[in-house]
Design a protein around this ligand. Structure first.
Ligand code: ARG
Length: 563
């Protein structure tokens, strides 16, 4: 569809005296289909021309002349609407989709550019919480989205594997644990919780914990050995979960990785006169930037902080990847931290600080098991699988066709959780609801997966072989026209979702596509239709299936052939 957009933009530019790029940037997709395929808002011209947008729209529509591939040009209020020729459009869109196959939708916007994405980043020796799950889901979707735009995406897991929590974990292990507990994540989590309960009764434990962390930072052998074992146990657990979720990282570079890199940036901040001593601590005053309290780079006892490690990490990442963008997919609660971080980087004189962005997201209610925000991922995923299975047993006919019901239920469970999250604007809080999430009805992940499996079944059973030369000008029904247009918008939707770092745009587009497909089954039959028409429809269905599968994959949801 890009090709038509360009033609229209050029015609508008010629007629209105704009640069083609300006005209193209202003072209929009109208909110309702009846309004045509593209609309040019004449507000853009009104100022310079000193005429009302509606008058300008009338003149522009009258004088623009014929544009290849465009059937109608109409002024509606301040807009000029363009309606594409169905046959030309179907021809262009479907041929391209068939020719590109699974690569359809990819673009080269990001060619030669690196985008670093920091996501998941759980804390070792502290429980995984819902925020980490959201970061994992949203971050990995953005990772794949930017990949579709041709960027080199680099996924980094900034493990919280250093910090005062280790002191607490070590105290708990020494006081109440058994030696083998270092190898058991659930035992470690229990001990960590116990530590916090005990600390309320015995505040002196906090000093003990700090002392252990100091020993650890000073390179004490015993502290380091315990730290290593705890880290290993957590890492193995997380990796098992990531495998199950189909989530990948290019690098696990945790906070501990920056131990020997913090000194340099702290010194740099001091040498540039940025960091000053305040009651023994080293701080960067940001009050001139309207940020208060100051950023603390070093505590009075000499230990470093979360932000110190983030400063070192940012610098290291720029040196390693020369990124075009760096995104931190972290809950909204950390906005202040990132504001401080980016401001300090800027004050240090790093121009690339402007390429860094915090991608915040809201809270989830109703997903935690047991206490607080803590979730036990393995239990959560097991529950998802069981709920999906129960739903399928009750609602899905012809389940006997499935070879492995459990594998399908596992995929459906993951699809349910991912889509429930990705289908809403990321900054919004939401309340998780099992019954709604796993249902095959309604705007859910399983609904989309089911649409994909259903169209796969139709293609399997239609009785004819696909022919890529089918005459697609026969696709004249309104249902077919809608499907063609949606397929044609895929690349643009991926671009919008990536540039606004909002996977929900893609999620909602896929819902539109599945709804349009649903409305087509009885109107656009393939089986027992006249041969040339059947071929055209089959081709359309194959392309729709391909886009569904591709979009679901970007969201991290498996597209099954049967379910
Ligand atoms: N481990 C941190 C937490 O759980 C999140 C880390 C996010 N990434 C970063 N570079 N700060 O709160």
């Amino acid at each position: 569809m890009h090709h038509f957009r360009k033609e229209i933009a050029e015609a508008v530019a010629r007629q209105a005296g704009l640069e083609p790029a300006q005209a193209e940037a202003a072209l929009m997709t109208p909110p309702r289909r009846e309004m045509g395929d593209y609309a040019f808002p004449c507000f853009v011209l009104a100022k310079a021309m000193k005429k009302s947008p509606a008058e300008l729209a009338k003149t522009l529509a009258r004088d623009i002349g014929s544009i290849p591939g465009v059937d109608r040009v109409e002024a509606v209020g301040p807009y000029v609407n363009f309606v594409l020729n169905d046959a030309r459009l179907a021809e262009a869109v479907l041929r391209e989709a068939v020719a590109q196959g699974a690569r359809y939708g990819q673009s080269t916007d990001g060619a030669g550019k690196v985008v670093v994405i920091d996501y998941s980043s759980p804390n070792i020796a502290k429980p995984f919480h819902v925020g980490h799950l959201r970061s994992t889901i949203i971050g990995s979707a953005l990772y794949r989205l930017f990949g579709m735009l041709g960027y080199t995406a680099v996924g980094i897991n900034h493990l919280g594997d250093w910090g005062t929590q280790f002191g607490k974990q070590i105290v708990a292990l020494k006081r109440w644990g058994r030696p083998e507990d270092v190898h058991d994540l659930m035992a470690l989590n229990r001990l960590y919780v116990q530590y916090h309960q005990e600390e309320e009764r015995q505040p002196a434990l906090a000093d003990e914990a700090r002392a252990w962390f100091r020993r650890q930072e000073a390179g004490d052998a015993e502290a380091l050995e315990l730290w290593r074992a705890i880290r290993e146990t957590s890492l193995q657990y997380f990796q098992r979960i990531y495998r199950r979720l189909g989530v990948q990282f290019d690098a696990y570079l945790g906070e501990s990785f920056y131990n020997d890199k913090m000194g340099a940036i702290v010194e740099e901040a001091a040498a540039k006169g940025l960091a000053t001593r305040s009651q023994g601590a080293l701080v960067v005053d940001l009050s001139k930037q309207g940020i208060d309290p100051p950023a603390m780079l070093q505590k009075a006892d000499g230990t470093t902080l979360y932000i110190t490690r983030d400063l070192a990490a940012a610098k290291h990442r720029y040196e390693t990847y020369a990124f075009h963008k760096m995104l931190y997919v972290v809950g909204a609660a950390q906005s202040f931290h990132f504001q401080q971080l980016f401001t300090v980087l800027k004050l240090l004189g790093y121009g690339w600080a402007d390429a860094c962005a915090h991608i915040p997201f809201g809270l989830v209610h109703g997903m935690s098991t047991r206490q607080g925000n803590v979730i036990y991922l393995e239990e959560l995923l097991d529950e998802a699988r069981q709920r999906a299975l129960a739903y399928m047993r009750q609602n899905v006919e012809k389940r006997q066709e499935l070879e492995d019901e459990n594998a399908v239920a596992e995929a459906v469970g993951i699809g349910a959780i991912f889509f429930f999250d990705l289908s809403r604007q990321r900054v919004k809080d939401y309340t998780f609801d099992w019954d709604r999430a796993v249902s095959f009805d309604g705007d859910t992940g399983p609904y989309l997966m089911n649409a994909h499996a259903r169209i796969a079944g139709i293609i399997r059973k239609c009785g004819i072989e696909p022919d890529s030369r089918a005459d697609v000008s026969l696709l004249v029904e309104p249902e077919a026209r809608v499907l063609v247009r949606l397929v044609g918008q895929y690349e643009e939707k991926l671009r919008e979702a990536a540039t606004s770092t909002e996977p929900s745009l893609l999620a909602n587009y896929l819902l539109d596509l599945a709804h349009a497909l649903h409305a087509s089954y009885y109107k656009l039959r393939v089986k027992e239709e006249e041969r040339t028409l059947a071929q055209a429809r089959l081709l359309l269905y194959m392309v729709v299936k391909q886009v569904l599968a591709s979009g679901l994959a970007v969201l991290g949801i498996p597209a099954l052939e049967r379910m």
